[in-house]
Design a protein around this ligand. Structure first.
Ligand SMILES: NC(=O)c1ccc[n+]([C@@H]2O[C@H](COP(=O)([O-])OP(=O)(O)OC[C@H]3O[C@@H](n4cnc5c(N)ncnc54)[C@H](OP(=O)(O)O)[C@@H]3O)[C@@H](O)[C@H]2O)c1
Length: 327
């Protein structure tokens, strides 16, 4: 498969695998080595966000120290709400931040931390459906016209809201969203593990969303592309009855269903037959879903980063991929 694609609004080719920088400062491995490994493998695109701790700063230091700004694609996010733990053990919204001031503040802070003058792509990390798309379009368009951001889009925005933004933007001569970043992976995400109705393209309820992305000109940046490690080999398909002991609470709530263990079983079997790993198949499967897809993954291991990049070399015909899951 083609390892690079085009996102409207970004003038460089963008690697189909995007290295995710969330939590990079907490890795055991030196973050600079991880970024070097991703870039050396072929990954030129990096997913970051204002709320990802030190990610913007570390990515910026790495880009500056390697002198590769013109070769790297920065996909940044802002406008994340303020969340706080609630009494049910989840996270609740304290304050939404889809406002002109908050979005601008995040863009300016990211530009400073990243030591760059322009974010190649900028997405609103969450939506606030009470804010009309017209207002959001106007604020985002200002940032595009000022040259601070290239491609624009939404993460955890429903396809309906992306469609509404595009329609409004076209009608009023504003820049339209060309990039959407929902959760999407071979394992179904069964619960909203990040809170605040994060959007997933997995599962029966998302069938019409998936279809919309197949029919419309918007690139998808799938996050959690490895189902947050569900295919990592830390547990196997035969472990369903021991899952509570093996899985961390977030993986268990998000992915610990019988359906996902069945998918894991089919993936393990095919991986043995194909001489690859379940993680590689899970990544490669995403590119058989008929969308203009880019996939954000993370790993704290240079070897696994390289392994993931090699997934793009696997031949996986649609019919064979459908045997893993036809969603
Ligand atoms: N827009 C949003 O709201 C949003 C939300 C969540 C995440 N994201 C983005 O998506 C990125 C990726 O998400 P994520 O880290 O949550 O999930 P992920 O990439 O689906 O999964 C990461 C997990 O997979 C493991 N892994 C990676 N490669 C592997 C391999 N070849 N073999 C075995 N295990 C492997 C990693 O372990 P090791 O580290 O040990 O390799 C880690 O536990 C984030 O960094 C962030 O940039 C965006």
């Amino acid at each position: 498969m083609e390892k690079y694609g085009k996102i409207q609004g970004i003038d460089k080719p963008v690697s189909r695998l995007v290295y995710g920088c969330a939590g990079i400062e907490r890795r055991k491995e030196d973050p600079m080595r991880l970024l070097d490994a991703a870039f050396a493998a072929g990954c030129n695109a990096f997913d970051t966000a204002r709320v990802y701790g030190e990610a913007d700063r570390i990515l910026g230091e790495w880009i500056a120290s390697r002198g590769i700004r013109d070769k790297v694609v920065i996909l940044a996010k802002g406008g994340h709400p303020v969340l706080a733990p609630d009494e049910k053990g989840g996270l609740s919204v304290v304050r939404r931040r889809i406002t002109r001031e908050d979005i601008r503040r995040d863009v300016d802070e990211s530009l400073r931390a990243l030591q760059v003058e322009r974010l190649d792509g900028f997405l609103l990390h969450r939506d606030d459906p009470s804010v009309p798309v017209g207002e959001v379009s106007e604020w985002m368009d200002e940032l595009v016209k000022e040259g601070k951001v290239g491609a624009i889009g939404g993460s955890n925005w429903t396809a309906r809201r992306i469609f509404e933004q595009q329609a409004y933007a076209v009608q009023h001569g504003f820049a339209r969203f060309t990039l959407s970043s929902p959760h999407f992976s071979l394992a179904r995400r069964e619960a909203d593990i990040f809170g605040d109705r994060c959007v997933t393209l997995t599962g029966g309820d998302a069938a019409s969303e998936r279809e919309w992305y197949r029919q419309n000109p918007v690139s998808v940046l799938a996050y959690g592309a490895l189902s947050e490690g569900f295919f990592s080999g830390k547990w196997h398909s035969g472990d369903f009855h021991r899952r509570e002991a093996l899985m961390d609470p977030m993986s268990l709530a998000g992915y610990g269903s019988g359906e996902n263990f069945a998918r894991l079983g089919r993936t393990e079997t095919m991986a043995v037959r194909r001489g690859c790993t379940p993680s590689q198949l899970a990544l490669r499967w995403l590119f058989t879903r008929g969308m203009d897809l880019f996939a954000a993954f993370s790993s704290g291991s240079p070897d696994r980063i390289r392994e993931n990049w090699r997934a793009l070399d696997l031949e996986l015909p649609q019919a064979e991929a459908d045997r893993l899951c036809s969603e």
